[in-house]
Design a protein around this ligand. Structure first.
Ligand SMILES: [Zn+2]
Length: 187
């Protein structure tokens, strides 16, 4: 029997949808393989962000997203799920990734094409903006407070803004902005 989540032909168990599962459309069969079922039944995969491969799972919270995805410590193929609700199942919407430099992240309802090089380039700029007093709303909308802008330096601002302008509104941009952590008080 085919697994309702991964199409594996060795699905011998019957899925028991839990109360929190609302995407019944996705279930193609009632059968589920033991690997998918072990993840599906374990609430930790709903209540945490994670990276997994067929052997290991790494769980982390919001403040550790960047350090985990920029330095993935398990071998491909792997899956990445980032939740903002800490409630919903996302496992069955994730895909297997084979490259550590270019992979797909399931970010709640969005698929993020995460090219590491590009992501770091954007991240450096939006972090510079954020840690220099611009708020996420300004960076997200492109509507900056003029006073802050002048304090930051108009030329420096323009040079950086030009580089991120075209990425604004993309899933990757949205995702990276979400991941930036507030500056710690001792920094
Ligand atoms: Zn499966």
């Amino acid at each position: 029997m085919k697994c309702c989540f991964c199409n594996n032909d060795e699905a011998k168990e019957i899925i028991k949808p839990s109360g929190t599962f609302t995407d019944y459309d996705i279930l193609k069969t009632k059968h589920i393989c033991s690997f998918c079922n072990s993840i599906y039944k374990d609430a930790k995969y709903r209540r945490s962000c994670w990276i997994l491969n067929n052997k290991d799972s790494i769980f982390f919270s919001k403040d550790k997203i960047l350090e985990n995805i920029l330095n993935i410590k398990i071998k491909p193929p792997f899956k990445v799920f980032i939740t903002t609700s800490y409630k919903k199942h996302g496992y069955y919407k994730t895909v297997w990734n084979y490259s550590l430099d270019n992979f797909q992240i399931r970010f709640d309802d969005l698929d993020i094409d995460f090219g590491k090089e590009k992501a770091i380039e954007i991240l450096n700029i939006i972090e510079t903006f954020y840690y220099n007093g611009f708020i996420k709303k300004e960076i997200e909308s492109g509507k900056y407070n003029i006073k802050k802008l002048l304090t930051f330096g108009k030329d420096k601002w323009l040079e950086n803004e030009r580089k991120i302008k075209l990425m604004r509104g993309t899933p990757l941009f949205k995702f990276l902005l979400y991941c930036i952590n507030p500056k710690r008080k001792d920094e």
